[in-house]
Design a protein. Structure first.
Lengths: 258, 521
């Protein structure tokens, strides 16, 4: 059955790459059609997990499956929303052109976007309520508006799995509400969303499922079952710091720095 | 008699034609590639690669001198190949130093830049003794020399420049994503590494065709200057590309033109001392001149325009403060009717010990609570609003604001001219518009104070910040504040906050009242 195949299946994933945070022996499965929060302290490896899923951070070991097939084959079904701070907002590009990038994956490397792509980009802009700002240079937009653009770009990809890196960081209340409404819509259409999230107070209101990380996996499951004081303590406690330190040390040893 | 030769002459004259077109093509190519280097913040890379190409140039000249001493025409092509190999080697060393030797990017660039250049200079000095004539040729590539270019150069540079333009056109979208958002590009499957490789090849091509006319030492400037200038004028990537290419070609042309024309002109003027202007530095100077002009005078981002806008803002602040002062002063005078123009129900505007003021206050609050109240029929409401506004004399205003004579005079003149105040019997008072504007500023000031106190700041500290913010808050922010604070009526100092749409409300109501009462009469 299609529904029984998990949207994401990660087995024994370890990442120990020079600049990214460390991940150690992660196992979890996420069913389709879930709105999933990824929670953990700074440097716990939340972004690294997303990057490993996207093939940007090379894992030491581990197997990752997306909708039952290896990640490389499922790439077209994954949409990524990077952290807002990861790009240079002074770049000479308009809001519309940024959103249009969502179509580059289906475009050939040497071709220009077609009219249909432009129309689709316009619709995506409308969906996030940014049509009025289509021709603005992106640095003239507020933080919330910039985040909406990233979201519209991911929508344009028409993916089944969305990986979002802190979409609520530095965003106003109105945008946060708009984004969460949009996420609910996507989930109701059977999409799966993985969202790196910081604000513990909104976890049970926003998400169906939660992945709690601190270098290794603390808990993964439905919010009402796994998200409670004990797991939160373990996620944000200091006991994992030692583990991370040792793993980093092995990297330095193997590279010959120590 | 014409002082200068017509520019067109440079495209038709058999001697001048080749250097002019050659330089223009070369500058066009480097200006286009420069945009990418500039936007990726890798400006130093151009410098490193151009210096890294020098040993290749010298060695290929050496090889030509030894093996093909007659092949002057082929020299251009051989040098290109030599430079290409040498700069590729430089790039590889930079990459290796970063990856394997863990040297930081800028250090690796500096290292390659100086080491390769040093090796090049060493080789050239060897050439000086064995092949003195060829040493001159090697020297050309240090600072560039356009004048000795021939048709073969045009063909060679033309082809390469065209290749760069075509590659940029087809790669435009992949390129944009590779510069702007690499991670996202990778996630949608754009081959970032391949795009990078192509970019490096294009960069090296642009540099090695450029060093013939600008020289190894000055090449990096030719990459960056047109791109900086173009970015000042356009907020779109294709706009930046087109403008940068244009600026590049222009500086290529004018570098040639001026390097020939200025010494000629000097000769005609009968100057004693003779001088020659080398083309390479002239091209670079032209490009830099364009760049500096753009940095200073570009319409949106230019320094001068930004300065003017900042001054304009300061002036506006000053005016608003003046209006605010007049408004506040008018508040102290217990004139009936003003309260009605100002505040909502809970206003505690007037000095409590004045009984007439108290009276006015209670009247006004009543009239706002219930619109059909008989008090509202009082004559001063139906009369023109600004009649009730008290006026102030010149000396009062001057002393109150602490202005000099001329400052006060100028301020009053400007404000009168713009319709915010009016003069009656040597006294000044706010017009309805001026009153409205001043009340709005006060509203923003007090709203901001309420907001800061709401955030937990001390009441005594908020005034200073509000003095600044009252000039900055936009209508959208005002609305957000109003919503957030639930439309407050009093500020933290127990002063009433003028409400938002008061004047339109009063004006329409009073106009209706007068017309209807007139009709009844």
């Amino acid at each position: 059955m299609m529904e029984d195949i998990p949207a994401l299946k990660v087995e024994g994933l370890s990442v120990n790459f020079d600049t990214t945070s460390v991940l150690w022996d992660i196992h979890f499965q996420i069913p389709q059609g879930m709105l999933v929060g990824i929670i953990g302290p700074n440097g716990a490896g939340k972004s690294t997990l997303l990057k490993a899923l996207l093939g940007m951070a090379k894992p030491l070991s581990g197997k990752m499956e997306c909708f039952g097939s290896p990640l490389r084959k499922a790439k077209k079904r994954i949409a990524y929303v990077p952290q807002r701070s990861s790009v240079d907002w002074d770049f000479p590009i308009t809001a519309f052109e940024l959103v249009l990038m969502g179509r580059y994956g289906t475009l050939g490397y040497f071709t220009w976007p077609k009219k249909a792509d432009r129309e689709a980009a316009k619709k995506a802009l409308e969906l996030v309520g940014m049509s009025a700002y289509a021709d603005r240079q992106i640095s003239q937009l507020s933080g919330g508006q910039q985040q909406r653009l990233f979201l519209a770009r991911a929508l344009l990809q028409d993916a089944d799995l969305y990986l979002m890196d802190e979409p609520f960081a530095g965003v106003d209340m109105a945008t946060e509400k708009a984004i969460i409404a949009l996420m609910d819509q996507l989930r109701d259409r059977g999409k799966t969303l993985l969202v790196v999230h910081h604000d513990l107070s909104t976890v049970d209101a926003y998400f169906d499922w939660v992945v709690m990380l601190n270098t290794c996996l603390i808990a993964c499951g439905p919010v009402d079952q796994v998200f409670h004081a004990d797991t939160i303590m373990r996620t944000y406690g200091r006991s994992n710091a030692l583990l991370e330190e040792v793993i980093k040390l092995t990297q330095n040893k193997t590279c010959g720095f120590h | 008699m014409l002082a200068f030769t017509s520019p067109w002459h440079y495209f038709t004259d058999p001697v001048l034609q080749a250097p002019t077109i050659g330089s223009m093509l070369m500058c066009l190519a480097s200006a286009l590639i420069g945009v990418i280097v500039f936007l990726r913040r890798r400006s130093l890379l151009g410098e490193a690669i151009s210096h890294a190409s020098y040993p290749g140039v010298v060695i290929s000249i050496f090889i030509t001198a030894v093996f093909f001493p007659k092949a002057h025409d082929a020299l251009a092509a051989i040098v290109l190949i030599g430079a290409l190999c040498s700069s590729l080697l430089g790039l590889w060393v930079i990459e290796k130093m970063q990856r394997s030797l863990k040297v930081k990017n800028d250090a690796a660039l500096c290292f390659v830049l100086s080491i390769f250049f040093g090796i090049g200079v060493l080789c050239a000095s060897r050439l000086q003794f064995s092949h003195a004539l060829w040493y001159q040729t090697a020297h050309i590539f240090l600072y560039g020399q356009a004048a000795t270019m021939t048709d073969i150069h045009i063909v060679l540079y033309g082809t390469l420049a065209a290749a760069i333009v075509v590659a940029l056109f087809f790669l435009y979208h992949s390129l944009r994503i590779a510069i702007f958002d690499r991670d996202y590009g990778k996630s949608v499957g754009v081959p970032i590494k391949a795009v990078d490789a192509i970019l490096f090849i294009l960069l090296i091509l642009a540099i090695i065709i450029g060093i013939r006319s600008v020289g190894v030492v000055l090449m990096a400037g030719m990459l960056i200057a047109p791109a900086i200038a173009a970015r000042q004028f356009s907020d779109r990537l294709h706009g930046v590309f087109i403008l940068s290419g244009l600026f590049g070609a222009l500086s290529g042309f004018f570098g040639n033109y001026l390097s020939v024309e200025i010494p000629e002109w000097g000769k005609r003027q009968g100057w004693e001392w003779k001088f020659a202007l080398p083309t390479g530095p002239m091209i670079l100077l032209t490009a830099s001149a364009i760049c500096i002009m753009a940095l200073l005078f570009a319409p949106k981002r230019g320094f001068v325009r930004r300065r003017i806008r900042a001054l304009y803002f300061q002036r506006e602040c000053c005016r608003e403060n003046f209006l605010k002062y007049m408004w506040k002063n008018a508040q102290c005078l217990p004139v009936e009717g003003i309260a009605k123009l100002q505040f909502g129900p809970k206003s505690a505007l007037f000095v409590p010990d004045s009984s007439s003021a108290q009276n006015a206050y209670s009247q006004s609050s009543m009239s706002f609570c219930a619109e059909a109240e008989p008090a509202q029929k009082s004559s001063n409401l139906s009369s023109k609003a600004n009649l009730a506004i008290p006026s102030m004399s010149f000396t009062q205003l001057k002393a109150g604001m602490g202005f000099s004579l001329w400052q006060t005079f100028w301020m009053l003149f400007c404000l009168k001219n713009e319709g915010w105040i009016e003069e009656k019997d040597k006294k000044f008072c706010l017009t309805t518009d001026g009153w409205q504007r001043a009340a709005h500023i006060i509203r923003l000031h007090r709203l901001w104070e309420v907001y800061l106190v709401h955030l937990g700041h001390g009441v005594e500290k908020v005034h200073r910040s509000a003095e600044e913010m009252e000039h900055i808050l936009t209508p959208e922010l005002e609305q957000e504040l109003t919503l957030l604070l639930d439309n407050p009526q009093l500020d933290p100092h127990e002063q009433p906050i003028p409400s938002r749409n008061l004047f339109t409300f009063i004006d329409t109501k009073s106009a209706e009242k007068t017309s209807s009462s007139e009709g009844m009469l």
